[in-house]
Design a protein around this ligand. Structure first.
Ligand SMILES: [Zn+2]
Length: 301
């Protein structure tokens, strides 16, 4: 069994962490101590590569499950479940180290690569996206300068860690389709039968329309690849055991998504919706995203 993916977990909780610098042993992850009796004002709780921790201030020590339990204020049982749900081998595999021929064998388009040129870099920069972070986290590719997916970011879709289809995003602003999806007959699962990013969701989910919305909202969010939410997508949410859903539709889809909310509210414990006045969740500032996430994910079970 692989180790608990502490970084993904901390990111999903919006907890600041350090993997280098003051107080941090190489290979360890440090956070501000989470135990209430501790007087740590910086980053003295260190988590080792084999997922044990100790705090240099209050001397709390043990397995990282204890830290998760303290963060979540939950039972041991639930903390263990959370630790299990963030196992490293549950994360999508990256194609980073595969030879080009192998990439061409799979359903992703031919001729793609990770050599994002300046055009792509400008696109990400203009939108304040952290290119390297997104490429790694979401296994993105550039679609080259010829072919069906030229000048597009290729976005692989995973479900239960399997590559099932992909979408692509125009970087020029001039192509007819902003989002161009893989045709269903080349997909393992049709794009409207899945939710992009659902593997990052456990009990709670922020549901948005597009991949860029999902990137901005972070772990625990998923996107429907368009305004319409299909019954396959609703079944997927319910089947995964998600209990709380926060809908953040684009400002021009609020009316349609109210109906989605009504449908979902009979099937999951709690449904909320945020109505944006303009634009979409990809436009939300970092601060606003943080506030929404804190509010939604920290309300307890
Ligand atoms: Zn401490």
């Amino acid at each position: 069994m692989s180790e608990f993916d502490i970084i993904s977990y901390l990111e999903s909780k919006d907890i600041e962490f350090w993997d280098s610098g003051k107080n941090v042993t190489q290979g360890w992850i440090n956070i501000r101590c989470v135990f209430p009796h501790c007087d740590d004002h910086s980053n003295h709780l260190g988590i080792s590569p084999d997922r044990f921790f100790n705090c240099y201030i209050c001397s709390e020590t043990g397995h990282v499950t204890k830290v998760v339990r303290e963060i979540e204020q939950c039972s041991w049982d639930r903390a263990e479940k959370i630790v299990k749900s963030f196992r490293e081998d549950d994360l999508p595999q990256s194609f980073d180290n595969l030879p080009q021929a192998k990439i061409n064998d799979c359903i992703l388009p031919k001729g793609i690569s990770k050599n994002f040129n300046d055009l792509y870099k400008q696109y990400f920069k203009k939108r304040n996206y952290n290119l390297n972070y997104l490429i790694h986290k979401y296994d993105l590719y550039e679609g080259g300068i010829i072919g069906d997916y030229k000048f597009r970011i290729i976005i692989p879709f995973y479900l239960d860690n399997e590559l099932i289809t992909f979408s692509s995003l125009d970087i020029t602003g001039k192509q007819e389709l902003k989002h161009k999806h893989n045709p269903d007959d080349n997909a393992i699962i049709p794009i409207k039968h899945t939710i992009y990013g659902i593997d990052s969701c456990t009990n709670e989910m922020i549901l948005v329309e597009s991949c860029t919305d999902k990137w901005n909202m972070g772990n625990g969010s998923g996107s429907t690849s368009g305004k319409k939410v299909t019954h396959e997508q609703i079944n997927l949410i319910v089947g995964k055991g998600i209990k709380k859903v926060l809908l953040i539709p684009d400002s021009d889809s609020i009316w349609e998504w109210e109906k989605v909310g009504n449908k979902l509210s009979g099937l999951v414990c709690s449904v909320e919706m945020i109505e944006l006045e303009t634009g979409d969740p990809a436009d939300l500032s970092e601060d606003m995203v943080k506030r929404i996430r804190n509010d939604f994910f920290k309300k307890g079970d």
